[in-house]
Design a protein around this ligand. Sequence first.
Ligand SMILES: [Zn+2]
Ligand SMILES: [Zn+2]
Length: 245
Amino acid sequence: MRTAVDLHIHSCLSPCADEDMTPCNITAMAALKGLGAIAVTDHNSGGNAAAAAAAGAARGLLVVPGVEVTTREEIHALCYFPAQDALADFIGWLEGGRSRLKNRPDTFGRQLYMSAEDRVTGEEPLYLPAATEFALETVEAEALARGGVLVPAHIDRPSFSLLASLGMIPAALRARTFEAAGDPPAGLADYRYLRSSDAHTLGAILEPTFFLDLRELSAAAVVEALREPMSVRSVPGCTSCDLGN
Ligand SMILES: [Zn+2]
Ligand SMILES: [Zn+2]
């Protein structure tokens, strides 16, 4: 099924996001725009993911469990999981390598935990976006081990992106999907491309302009689609050509 998606949205748990980026507001806006699936991907935390999923379910919207990790190299990497418990387990591992830097709400903004009904349930004292101690390949291995997938974020940006930080795609990286806000950079033709908003405000959430072909509307199917290798491609007149990529 062809599904309109926006798999990179920040909630009010991210200090840089508006405080009206609540579970109910995000999912209501996404449903209003006609999206079929979104992901709430806060910095190094899945603290509002379950609330967003519940708020989304009430509106017929799939919310894929996800997080935006800051690696040791200061690369932003989106990680998606087939279920909330897999995300929670991954976050439990990630917290062991999170920075102990304190948030400064007056400078960076508050980091609010919310219920599915948009009640504030707490405030995170540590500054969540700070780099973790884990390298990109380690983060990917831990995501894959929990049935998830890693997608390098906003590779078309000059900061916090894989290409800006390393200037190349490491040979050991198993990611086959890369995210960009605009057109993908040249030289990535053999990779899948994911367009997302990286919305920090309600108005920035994507209109239904980017679609994934899913076997069903589920988080597992989204993860599956993002993990699909591009090594075998069909060409007209040949149903199973291995082009050797
Ligand atoms: Zn980012
Ligand atoms: Zn982001």
